[in-house]
Write a protein that binds this ligand. Structure first.
Ligand SMILES: NC(=O)c1ccc[n+]([C@@H]2O[C@H](COP(=O)([O-])OP(=O)(O)OC[C@H]3O[C@@H](n4cnc5c(N)ncnc54)[C@H](OP(=O)(O)O)[C@@H]3O)[C@@H](O)[C@H]2O)c1
Length: 272
């Protein structure tokens, strides 16, 4: 498994997204993913399934040290005492003593970012996480978080796929050595039926989904596709035996559009 090193953290380029992987099926797919070679799990307290993911993690037989585990603090729990409670709950759920990476799931303008960044650094000092990071942070918020954090920020996890460019946020991350983790890397399945991705894939004997993931990885992303189907686990990680040409990269680049977002952020707190 290839990895990316950013601000001191070495992160496997492919992780298993775990949103909606619930119940026994969630445990089984986690166990299978690890048995097939996945070494990175993307979890969140708010997904409500960390216990099941933990069952799969421990059943896999893969050593804890070999697995990169991320979890996220909900935007409602960003005040210092709530944040520590949330992190401890995630560790209990997953049955591990620390995570590799703790992210702020979404920014929250109601809670001063200085306090949250202080609490995140504290989680690292207390040994609950090895690294800290952010998610869904805009350019302005990235700059603020970097200034306020006593610990390096290793990634910003954002929606990124062929329909959404995110160039400005990616440039801000690059300025600070922050890796970008692409969530919804196959656009919640929309990439699968895409004519352009399908025709590009035919040139390499690959699926549209594999083209979407490979395009992201060639642009320097960490990708965290989710699937509930065992056979798709292998498909989604089989992206290291081909390389998209510059012309094919450009063809995929051209799919980006202003309304390309697939995640509705209507509920999310707004910063102005
Ligand atoms: N930080 C954040 O705010 C945030 C927000 C959203 C997501 N995330 C993280 O990012 C992860 C990935 O995003 P996502 O789950 O929203 O979307 P995604 O990974 O882009 O797409 C998942 C969808 O694609 C289908 N799929 C996966 N592989 C496939 C394949 N090879 N062929 C055909 N269909 C395939 C899955 O269906 P099947 O199950 O039927 O295969 C599922 O419906 C999440 O699970 C979560 O861990 C983070």
């Amino acid at each position: 498994m290839q990895s990316i090193t950013a601000n001191g953290a070495t992160i496997p380029v492919i992780g298993l997204g775990t949103w909606q992987l619930n119940g026994d099926a969630g445990s089984r797919i986690t166990e299978q993913a690890l048995k097939l070679g996945y070494r990175h799990l993307d979890c969140a307290l708010i997904y409500g399934n960390e216990k099941e993911i933990g069952v799969g993690l421990h059943a896999s037989g893969v050593k804890r040290e070999e697995i990169f585990i991320t979890t996220k603090v909900p935007h409602t729990e960003l005040a210092p005492s709530a944040l520590e409670r949330a992190v401890k709950q995630s560790l209990v759920n997953l049955r591990i003593s620390d995570v590799n990476l703790l992210l702020i799931h979404w920014p929250n303008p109601q809670i001063p970012l200085a306090e949250t960044m202080g609490a995140m650094a504290e989680m690292k000092k207390k040994g609950f996480t090895r690294h800290i990071g952010i998610s869904n942070f805009t350019v302005a918020l990235i700059e603020e978080a970097v200034k306020l954090s006593s610990e390096p920020i290793v990634t910003n996890q954002i929606e990124w796929h062929p329909y959404l460019d995110e160039e400005k946020v990616r440039a801000a991350c690059a300025r600070h050595g922050i890796a970008v983790t692409a969530y919804c890397p196959i656009a919640r399945g929309r990439a699968i039926g895409d004519e352009v991705l399908t025709s590009v894939g035919k040139r390499y004997g690959k699926s549209a989904g594999q083209v979407s993931l490979r395009w992201l990885v060639q642009k320097g992303a960490i990708v965290i596709p989710r699937t509930s189907k065992v056979e798709r686990l292998t498909e989604n990680m089989s992206i290291f035996d081909f390389e998209l040409s510059a012309a094919d990269m450009a063809e995929v680049d051209a799919l980006a559009k202003p309304a390309g977002r697939v995640v509705s952020v209507g509920w999310a707190p707004k910063w102005d």
